[in-house]
Design a protein around this ligand. Structure first.
Ligand code: NDP
Ligand code: X2W
Length: 366
């Protein structure tokens, strides 16, 4: 069976990457592209790198246009998809790439986003550790089977979660002092110049931090995810989850795509007993069955260039013996693994397709 797909936000970066993946996917046919300011224009004008959809015309992102398709992908600014989603066919599989349905706790939404709170959907990160115990973790994957409503994770959140969650699941760190420093590419900000306010001449060859001082909207989502992993170690009343404090600083770097996450925390008493090799083996064991997650061989460090264009996450863990800290690294492509790739991975699971269909682990390097 071929599933018809409507993409709202088709002229944006996240929607564009979804279209690029879907155009090459054997089980999907792109039947509707929707936007806002570009209504009436053709995709040839917006996505010339996807000739398969050149003749499709952009329609307004309304329920009338989006309903009637088997799958609907919403790649709209946060706040724009919540109300729209409520009017979509209940039997369609809907994936929201924005933030409107990610947070379980309304107080977090009110604090970091504001505006109407919409109930959370199944979280679209199949490899998220949701509980269980060492050797028998449960993963979000099983909750996605048959799901009709899926919330795509934030891209920075994806990198931090995949890098660090084994540390929480095995009780190796002090969760009250996590520091996440991310180097991120410009496409994460979307196509609107006003989001970064920098002209190419100013951005090229220059790096700058943003969203500093505990203000970034991705913090509660990171804490939410890592709290689940902590419950695999201590149960749902996990003291690690309750004590969790995470300081996140993203740094914009002159690259189109890519995120390099460096996440560190003090080692717990238990964590200190692990050697570098043992830590490395633990991460490798945790992700051994995961097609898209590659714990690199000892001595190798993740490089964003190696994952661009792929749904892969490259991970490494390092013990800093002298400082008593664990440092976990992840490199992902923010648009692919961080957004559209894992959305298609989640869709594959929801529809009962092979999880890897239409996705690649092969990056573009150099
Ligand atoms: N970029 C990234 O790396 C990531 C993005 N996301 C999320 O994906 C979503 C889209 O982001 P991104 O692609 O970067 O953003 P862009 O600014 O690149 O694209 C926004 C898209 O939404 C459409 N749009 C804007 N306003 C409205 C509206 N009021 N009604 C209908 N359509 C509208 C635009 O249409 P038009 O051009 O016709 O005006 C355009 O297609 C956001 O929620 C973002 O947070 C999530 C993870 C990573
Ligand atoms: C460079 C840049 O601005 N990146 C964005 C990532 C956006 C993202 O992941 O999207 P959501 O808004 O859907 O969470 C940021 O840090 O906010």
């Amino acid at each position: 069976m071929t599933y018809t797909v409507a993409v709202a936000g088709a002229t944006g970066y996240a929607g564009g990457e979804a279209l690029r993946i879907l155009a090459a996917h054997p089980d999907f046919e792109i039947t509707c592209v929707a936007g806002h300011s570009t209504v009436g224009q053709t995709m040839a004008q917006h996505m010339p790198h996807i000739p398969q959809i050149a003749d499709l015309t952009v329609v307004e992102a309304t329920p009338e246009h989006l309903n009637g398709h088997d799958v609907i992908i919403l790649a709209l600014p946060h706040g724009a998809s919540g109300a729209l989603a409520a009017e979509l066919d209940s039997d369609a599989v809907v994936v929201d790439l924005g933030a409107d349905h990610r947070l379980i706790n309304q107080t977090d939404w009110d604090t970091y986003y504001g505006g109407t709170y919409f109930p959370h959907w199944q979280y679209g990160m199949p490899e998220l550790i949701t509980g269980g115990k060492a050797g028998a973790f449960t993963y979000q994957r099983s909750n996605l089977v048959g799901a009709k409503r899926i919330a795509g994770p934030g891209c920075n959140v994806t990198a931090v979660t995949l890098a660090l969650q084994p540390a929480l699941a095995y009780g190796l760190i002090d969760s009250s002092a996590i520091v996440a420093d991310l180097v991120v590419g410009y496409s994460g900000a979307g196509k609107a110049l006003k989001r970064t306010n920098l002209l190419a001449a100013e951005a090229l060859g220059s790096a700058t931090a943003y969203g500093v001082g505990g203000t970034h909207r991705h913090i509660p989502e990171m804490v939410q995810n890592l709290g689940f992993a902590a419950s695999a170690y201590e149960g749902t009343q996990s003291s690690q989850a309750q004590a969790m404090r995470l300081s996140f600083t993203p740094v914009l770097a002159p690259m189109a795509r890519g995120i390099l996450a460096t996440v560190s925390a003090p080692l717990s008493k238990q964590g200190m007993q692990y050697s570098q090799d043992e830590l490395q083996q633990l991460w490798a064991k945790t992700y051994a069955q995961e097609h898209f997650i590659h714990v690199l061989t000892p001595g190798m460090l993740p490089v964003t260039g190696n994952v661009i264009g792929s749904n892969a996450a490259h991970i490494q863990v390092v013990k800093d013996e002298r400082a008593g800290r664990l440092i976990a690294f992840a490199a992902i492509d923010n648009l692919n693994r961080g957004t559209a790739g894992q959305a298609v991975q989640s869709l594959n699971i929801a529809l009962g397709l092979k999880e890897e269909t239409g996705l690649t682990t092969i990056g573009v390097a150099p």
